[in-house]
Design a protein around this ligand. Structure first.
Ligand code: SF4
Ligand code: SF4
Length: 435
């Protein structure tokens, strides 16, 4: 694609990288075929190619975003299905991130919109904020009809009670069954996940410790920053990125880290992008690159590094039919698809890909709260496809997908790591009580 940035514009690092991305696009439109919003809405501007043109025009002309551009960019899920499909290697993720930052700088959203996005940023980026707001929202639930739609959805989403933790909060979880740990990893425990589904981190820690790995949970690290990053709130996201990079890098230098483990694929995708985000920052460039290199999804880490001991399989547990939902951030964002499936297959159960599995379930961070109607249609399609498999339960590797899919079906849904933990000596997951 021909581009028309001026020399002056090309002094800006974001324009330099967006120009390179745009030049790779050959307008073929293959990406439209796998774009969930293009599928549903049928408008060229709701597909990747159309959005690329909108962003190109806005950036090249350095013009402020307008209502039309914002509408179509906001409807993008950032699912990156288009990147998997694109034969030219167009990095749509970096382009839309730039587009979103430009929108945030040049477009004044309505008060309702700003309020909703500010509320989500405050409520979901820190576990303590989430807990406090969840408690407070119980009192205002009867009044929720006076709030804008997205706030109503957020209020409805807030849990009434929090599941109990079964592991104490510690900074270091030492390896068990081994005199000396075979590896040492840091775990990103996340913000909302650790409040609504603490069993995911607990399964991860137990499983790693049982296989001789020491797990450290570093103080000061909670959110990966992706929530604000995708809302276009660059300053807030950067504050989080910088803090995380410096805490993890110090630990890597002082005590050694073999990996940084993410068990939420949305967060893992962002951690793996820190290197790109700070590519021109003299002070952080090297550190950010190292953090990205160290980051592994838990399924990737287990598959590549650990000889798992499947005790339950040896004891001839009942065989289950499992539908595997590959989160967009896992399959398209991180290009990790086979590792979780291979791991689950090793438990001796039957694992099936969901038909049209490349299409998003509608979760996409805060998308299901900000774009409720599209998200609902995507969820309904996902549930119909899951039902075709007739699974006893569903497995996936992202808390957002777990919450979204669980809101549309009574079929139990588990994180992949809960299944692996269970089959290697951990407890049977609570959600399977009834089957
Ligand atoms: S598939 Fe790739 S090259 Fe073709 S239009 Fe889409 S982004 Fe451009
Ligand atoms: S990221 Fe997803 S929703 Fe956005 S343009 Fe690409 S395929 Fe479509």
């Amino acid at each position: 694609m021909q581009t028309n940035f001026s020399k002056e514009q090309l002094k800006d690092k974001s324009n330099i990288s967006s120009e390179k991305i745009l030049r790779k696009c050959v307008h073929c439109g293959f990406c439209n075929a796998t774009c969930p919003t293009y599928h549903l809405l049928g408008d060229e501007l709701d597909g990747p190619r159309g959005r690329i043109y909108l962003i190109k025009d806005m950036l090249e002309k350095n013009k402020p975003a307008n209502e039309k551009i914002v509408k179509h960019i906001d409807r993008c899920l950032s699912c990156y299905s288009c990147m998997t499909t694109c034969p030219s290697g167009v990095n749509y993720m970096h382009l839309i991130d730039h587009g979103r930052r430009h929108i945030e700088k040049t477009y004044k959203r309505s008060f309702k919109d700003r309020f909703a996005r500010g509320f989500l940023s405050l409520a979901l980026s820190k576990s303590i904020n989430f807990k406090i707001i969840a408690i407070l929202t119980q009192f205002i639930k009867p009044l929720r009809f006076f709030f804008p739609k997205s706030i109503r959805e957020t209020i409805a989403f807030m849990p009434k009670k929090f599941p109990k933790k079964t592991l104490p909060s510690m900074n270091i979880y030492p390896a068990t069954n081994k005199k000396k740990a075979v590896a040492r990893v840091a775990l990103l425990t996340g913000c909302v996940q650790k409040v609504i589904s603490p069993q995911i981190n607990e399964s991860t820690i137990r499983l790693l410790n049982r296989h001789g790995i020491e797990v450290v949970v570093l103080k000061g690290i909670e959110c990966c920053g992706s929530l604000n990053h995708h809302l276009g709130k660059e300053d807030l996201a950067n504050q989080t990125f910088k803090k995380n990079i410096s805490i993890w890098y110090d630990e890597y230098l002082n005590n050694g880290l073999d990996a940084i483990i993410s068990n939420t694929s949305g967060c893992g995708t962002t951690l793996k992008d820190y290197g790109f985000i700070f590519r021109s920052d003299k002070e952080l460039k090297k550190k950010a690159k190292k953090i990205s290199e160290l980051t592994k999804d838990i399924s990737e880490y287990l598959e590549e590094n650990i000889k798992l001991n499947f005790i339950k399989k040896k004891q001839n547990e009942k065989q289950y039919k499992i539908a595997y939902h590959s989160a967009c951030s896992m399959q398209h964002g991180q290009n990790v698809h086979h590792a979780p499936i291979n791991l689950i297959k090793k438990t001796g159960n039957e694992v099936f890909d969901i038909p049209d599995g490349h299409l998003c379930c509608g979760s996409a961070g805060t998308y299901n709260l900000l774009q409720k109607d599209i998200a609902k249609k995507l969820l309904n399609n996902k549930i119909l496809n899951i039902k075709k498999i007739k699974p006893q339960f569903i497995a996936t590797g992202n808390i957002g997908c777990i919450t979204q899919i669980a809101s549309g079906t009574i079929i139990p849904i588990l994180h992949t790591v809960e299944i692996i933990d269970w089959y290697t000596g951990g407890p049977r997951p609570e959600v399977l009580k009834k089957i």
